[in-house]
Design a protein around this ligand. Structure first.
Ligand SMILES: C[S@@+](CC[C@H](N)C(=O)[O-])C[C@H]1O[C@@H](n2cnc3c(N)ncnc32)[C@H](O)[C@@H]1O
Length: 232
């Protein structure tokens, strides 16, 4: 399947067993890659930062971020090792692994502490959109410990104003789950994280930033920039 011409892969259904389709609508593979990188850059990403790409999949972000960061700056967690392998084979290239020495974990425990590192950025794109409350709590209990004091957690989620209760527990895939904005904010607060929704376009969700220190959340200047730059 991975050998399909990309124009044919673009027509596959989200969740199909191709490295570009498994992680979402394949025709958005490039867009979601670039928009994640651009968002991190707007939020202050520099090449000496350490970044955890939680649920890194087929390196949609990693194919841009790994070459950009300095050696051992990129950390990815995903239990589907085949996605990481295909991403390296078809998008990134082995030389980037040799030169930049990214670290991978195939842990499926929603545990951000596996690397024993403190990250300037933790990003979880299209992860909480599939995560029931039990797994969200598990993840947040380790995210807060893995973020550096001045770090920031950036994630997409489905902000559903009609959501009265919480979604059911477990991993929902390729289906999605939503949370109301107040319930998400409250859950984040339980782990000492202040949060703010970001005016950065996402075709199926909302971007949110959370940080242990409120003053590290993006200020008005960044928010105005994000709003003006967002590609629609
Ligand atoms: C919608 S995809 C998003 C992938 C990537 N963040 C991106 O934007 O391309 C969801 C990803 O979550 C991964 N995943 C599933 N269970 C996981 C777990 N327990 N911990 C971390 N990632 C998981 C899947 O393998 C898949 O790559």
């Amino acid at each position: 399947m991975a050998e399909l011409p990309l124009k044919d892969a673009d027509l596959l259904a989200p969740g199909a067993s191709h490295y570009r389709a498994f992680v979402g609508p394949p025709e958005r593979y490039d867009f979601i890659a670039a928009s994640q990188f651009a968002l991190l850059f707007q939020l202050g990403l520099r090449d000496h930062n350490k970044v955890l790409d939680f649920g890194c999949g087929s390196l949609r972000l990693g194919r841009l971020l790994i070459p950009f960061l300095r050696e051992a700056g990129y950390y990815g967690i995903d239990p589907n090792a085949w996605l990481i392998d295909e991403g390296i084979k078809h998008e990134l290239g082995r030389s980037a692994i040799t030169i930049k020495k990214p670290c991978f974990s195939y842990n499926d425990d929603f545990d951000c502490g596996v690397f024993g590192e403190q990250f300037d950025f933790v990003i979880a794109q299209s992860i909480i959109t599939h995560t029931g409350p039990d797994l969200l709590h598990k993840m947040l209990s380790t995210v807060s410990g893995a973020i550096a004091e001045n770090g920031i957690f950036v994630f997409s989620y489905i902000s559903d104003p009609h959501c009265t209760g919480l979604p059911s527990n477990g991993w929902h895939y390729p289906g999605c789950v939503g949370y109301s904005q107040p319930s998400m904010e409250e859950i984040l607060q339980q782990y000492g994280l202040s949060s703010i929704e970001l005016p950065w376009y996402h075709p199926g969700a909302r971007w949110c930033a959370a940080a242990p220190r409120k003053e590290n959340l993006p200020g008005l200047d960044v928010m105005v920039n994000l709003n003006g730059l967002a590609v629609r």
